[in-house]
Design a protein around this ligand. Sequence first.
Ligand code: 5GP
Length: 206
Amino acid sequence: MSSESDGSGTEFGRLVILSGPSGAGKSTVLRQLLRECELPLTLSVSATTRAPRAGETEGKDYFFLTDQEFDQRRRAGEFLEYKEVFGLGRWYGTLRSQVASGLKQGKWVILEIDVQGALAVLEKQEFDPITIFIHPGGMDELEYRLRARETETEEVILARLETAASEMRYLPHYQHEVINGVVDETVAEICQILKEQKEKHPCSKS
Ligand code: 5GP
């Protein structure tokens, strides 16, 4: 379905999967990428059962659902993939509607999802995603960044570090590895990866 026309003259966009350990700086990189990269990028807003953090907005950062609402939508087949992340009873899922409507409008839809979610999407072979794994280069750096954020409890930090260590093992499943050192450089690198894909599939809208 990627980079094709739907017969009405509108060309489909591309699906981009961005994963990496929590604390890798993905959100900061993503925000800047959306602002600066000259492609029609849009972020797919996921649903989650975790509580909003300070400053997070419903429908912009996530659709915040109760366990019951999440379950209803899951049973109705509304998720492209869904996962319980961190083993703490928090659910996250990619809404099919977010992906389909973006691609149909010729957008490059970015999924910021965990490694298992990414594999679930790849297994479906419904799209031809560009996959990027972003990480800070080492576990010490990751722990430093998670603690510096001061938004999580010790229990959550420890769970995230454990998850991060196992997530790193999925790196070989991704087409591109990006080490997030200096944000500006990381953003430029990811934008360049995407532009190269656009040159390979020039029929996407710009
Ligand atoms: P956070 O709670 O910090 O916003 O996100 C925690 C983790 O959940 C991140 O690693 C993020 O990639 C992942 N995540 C966010 N949305 C989704 C989703 O829709 N599906 C999956 N599988 N993971 C997600």
